[in-house]
Ligand binder design. Structure first.
Ligand code: ADP
Ligand code: MG
Length: 335
């Protein structure tokens, strides 16, 4: 992977040299991170974004919040090792707590013991029984954990954190902050479908994103239904049709309802959320997958700072969608 990064950065520098003084050019950087793909698209007169900076931000994220890295701050917190958390961890912890409160615990980063037991963490799926679920539920809940002077304080030492439903969005925001710090004003940073888009293209047009039609399974080809313009907004999608486990012919979603302890089962297939930043969009998207269609619609319509696009399955094995009232959908003909 390192080699590919190197080739890419060299190519970008060459591209910049080819257009001296011809106004901003569109520059794209692509790569792999957090088990998914990312892309950074920006307009600039020179290829100012340094691949090493991007790689180092991603590395810092993994060292802070990856539960696959036993040395990460998160893994140490989960093992109850005494550790001082870093700025990324603090930002994600604090926003997680706020969104957990706002969504009545639908989003809850203390869900890790359940996520892990259901087979979406680091261990093989346990054979789940009501007793196991009930016992794990005793130490799920944000009121059981705090951040005080840079250290995690647990009121039950079995509490464990999982930032997977919010960290990807925050990483996109942080890359965006880096771009702004070097003077880039028009950009889109996308990680595994979650993104932040700021500014307009040099011709004044806004960034446009395709909203995906639900795929039947992991391998289905992507198709786009509608398009939306994103302007100084984060957009994130959670869905259970690309990540699930099949067992005894049953599909288990990777979204866990922290109130029941079980994977969610309702008819909401995907939630795409537009918010002021990608971190918030990411967390609300996961919360909506827990809340289900009706509650999520009510939540979004009561909030001026959020828009959403929901896809749900209907009785006839087809699907329908709901776009919140402030969202303007464009069809192929509008493009
Ligand atoms: P994706 O991985 O498709 O981007 P999400 O952003 O919804 O989807 O993140 C899903 C992950 O979040 C799960 O794999 C799990 O680690 C964690 N998770 C599951 N349920 C919850 C929940 N109710 N609140 C917070 N995190 C959750
Ligand atoms: Mg999420």
């Amino acid at each position: 992977m390192k080699k590919a990064f190197f080739t890419l950065s060299v190519l970008l520098i060459m591209a910049a040299c080819q257009f001296p003084g011809r106004g901003p050019q569109m520059i794209t950087i692509r790569g792999v991170v957090f088990g998914t793909y990312y892309s950074i698209i920006y307009y600039d007169e020179e290829a100012r974004v340094l691949q090493e900076e991007i790689d180092s931000i991603f590395q810092d994220f993994n060292s802070s919040m990856s539960f696959y890295d036993p040395q990460s701050i998160l893994s140490q917190v989960n093992r109850n090792d005494p550790v001082l958390v870093d700025e990324y961890f603090k930002a994600v912890f604090n926003r997680s707590k706020e969104i957990s409160r706002e969504t009545d615990g639908a989003f809850d980063a203390t869900v890790f013991p359940l996520v892990n037991a259901w087979g979406f963490g680091v261990d093989q799926r346990a054979s789940m029984t009501e007793e196991i679920v009930d016992s794990l539920m005793q130490f799920v809940g944000f009121e059981k954990i705090d951040l005080v002077d840079g250290r995690i304080v647990k009121y039950d030492e079995r509490v464990q954190l999982d930032f997977n439903a919010i960290a990807k969005g925050y990483a996109a925001d942080v890359i965006g902050h880096y771009l702004e710090s070097i003077g880039v004003t028009a950009y889109m940073v996308e990680i595994g479908g979650d993104l932040i888009a700021r500014g307009s293209k040099p011709d004044g047009s806004k960034w446009r994103i395709g909203l995906e039609i639900p795929a039947k399974d992991h391998d289905a080809q992507q198709e786009w239904h509608y398009f939306v313009e994103v302007y100084n907004q984060g957009l994130a999608t959670s869905g259970d049709y690309r990540r699930y486990i099949k067992d005894d012919g049953k599909r288990y979603s990777h979204t866990i309802d922290p109130q029941t302890g079980y994977p969610v089962t309702h008819n909401l297939m995907s939630a795409s959320v537009f918010a002021g930043d990608a971190m918030s969009a990411d967390a609300y998207a996961t919360a909506f997958m827990v809340m289900g269609l009706d509650k999520s619609i009510a939540f979004v319509e009561a909030r001026d700072d959020l828009e959403a696009y929901f896809i749900f399955s209907d009785d006839s094995n087809g699907y329908g969608y709901y776009a919140s009232s402030g969202l303007q959908l464009l069809s192929r003909d509008d493009l």
